[in-house]
Design a protein around this ligand. Sequence first.
Ligand code: SAM
Length: 172
Amino acid sequence: MLELGPGNGEVALALATKNPDDFHVLIDMNIHAADEIGRQIAKRNLKNVGVVTGVAHAELSRLDDRVEFDVVHCYFPSPLNNIAMPAPRLYDQITCREILRLTQTGSEFFTVSDKAFVIDRFEKRLAPAFRLGTWRPPISPLMEGAVIGTQNERIHCIARDVTPSVARLVRT
Ligand SMILES: C[S@@+](CC[C@H](N)C(=O)[O-])C[C@H]1O[C@@H](n2cnc3c(N)ncnc32)[C@H](O)[C@@H]1O
């Protein structure tokens, strides 16, 4: 499993705890976010999570073609360029190209955003390899019960108020 821009890692840490046999790779360019996730990994003694500090497309480009992610998560990707830390956005072509390279038939992509255009960009850029599986408010079955605390509330809250809000893309 891959998560791009995990922030405080709440979603991935919950999923990693719930699914100990799956390996989770997290990439965030914010060193403070990555440090905090590292502390949480140690505190929870998780052996199935690896966190990388860096810009997503650059870090992904280091992985060779044999690496395949079954599931990619990307929640609330920053819609605008960050002036303090400029980098391609997670829904930009350069990142989506790496997602395409590192996934295969049956791979899934989950995203949540309060900005419909963000989801539209992902959809457009991951096509034609991925088809739109479902718009599935409030949250996907994968997330159901796995996500806790504020993140869960945010997802529910935003999914209720914004359409489309949660996208599940399946690679065909
Ligand atoms: C708005 S926050 C969302 C955090 C978390 N997913 C959530 O839902 O609370 C966006 C995160 O993506 C990271 N980010 C943005 N662009 C990135 C890029 N190109 N590569 C890696 N991380 C990126 C930011 O550092 C930040 O932690």
